[in-house]
Write a protein of this length. Sequence first.
Length: 117
Amino acid sequence: MTAPYYQDRWITCDRDALRIRGYYFPWGTKAIPYAAIRSVRRVEMGVLTGQGRIWGTGHPRYWASLDPRRMSKTTALVLDLGRRVRPFLTPDDPEAVAAVLRARMPPGAVVESGGRR
């Protein structure tokens, strides 16, 4: 088995997919193949725009994976998988995850920066 490209408590980027622990109730992991990701948008969070949400949704278009330390973070990644609901992630190192995704996503997929959710 090879070492992951990126790993923190909740997110792992391995050879085949981005894996999000604590995505499903109660502790299920969501595996997203890199080929399924259309785009990644980096967003700055505020108290009313995701920072206070530990898990779940306050907006029906986004699903925040479990992250009890989200209040101490300021940057999130929103994944477009071509579905109505978009995963909302807060990795410990968003730049490192964005770099892995940029390298592993299919041609034409985009990593965007800036903006609020």
